[in-house]
Design a protein around this ligand. Structure first.
Ligand SMILES: Cc1cc2nc3c(=O)[nH]c(=O)nc-3n(C[C@H](O)[C@H](O)[C@H](O)COP(=O)(O)O)c2cc1C
Length: 149
């Protein structure tokens, strides 16, 4: 399945998760940072993973900007999955969370959401990732691929 993983990352933690997802998916997979990605090329993939650090309960500004450039129904027929990195679940009830908002945005552009938006945790604002998160990301990605095929 032709797969694209797009991520933003200020301190490298979300990048590590994105790369672990890319490796777990295997096959025809491309992993791009938000700066390398072009909103118009998303529609040439069958499965799209989008991930961002949580900034104030939502995706980072560069990721929000990229998603804004994707016009509905550009993702029609494309399977989509969303993830984020964050410190804790403490504020999720009040502010929402990045992966949920990314998923909502992708669905609005007619993407077919696969699985639940997923969070991966960091120890502190700059990281590192909590123990086991890379392995959990790989397992999550494999589940998404299974559900998508
Ligand atoms: C400006 C800013 C806002 C943040 N807001 C939140 C937040 O609302 N909730 C949370 O759990 N973590 C928050 N964090 C921590 C980030 O989730 C953490 O820096 C990120 O997961 C690290 O990923 P990265 O290395 O890919 O940038 C914030 C960090 C920054 C820099």
């Amino acid at each position: 399945m032709k797969t694209l993983v797009i991520y933003d990352s200020r301190y490298g933690n979300t990048e590590r998760i994105a790369k672990a997802i890319g490796e777990a998916v295997g096959g025809e997979v491309t992993v791009l940072s938000v700066g390398e990605a072009d909103a118009s090329e998303l529609k040439s993939f069958e499965l799209l993973f989008v991930g961002s650090p949580t900034h104030g309960g939502r995706a980072s500004e560069p990721m929000r900007d990229l998603l804004k450039q994707v016009e509905a129904p550009a993702l029609e027929g494309i399977k989509v999955a969303a993830f984020d990195t964050r410190l804790s679940t403490r504020w999720v009830g009040i502010f929402g969370f990045a992966a949920g908002r990314i998923a909502k945005s992708l669905k609005k552009k007619s993407g077919t959401l696969i699985g639940s938006p997923e969070a991966f945790y960091v120890e502190g604002g700059k990281g590192p990732l909590k123990e086991g998160e890379l392995e959990r990301a790989a397992a999550w990605a494999k589940e998404i691929v299974q559900s998508a095929t």
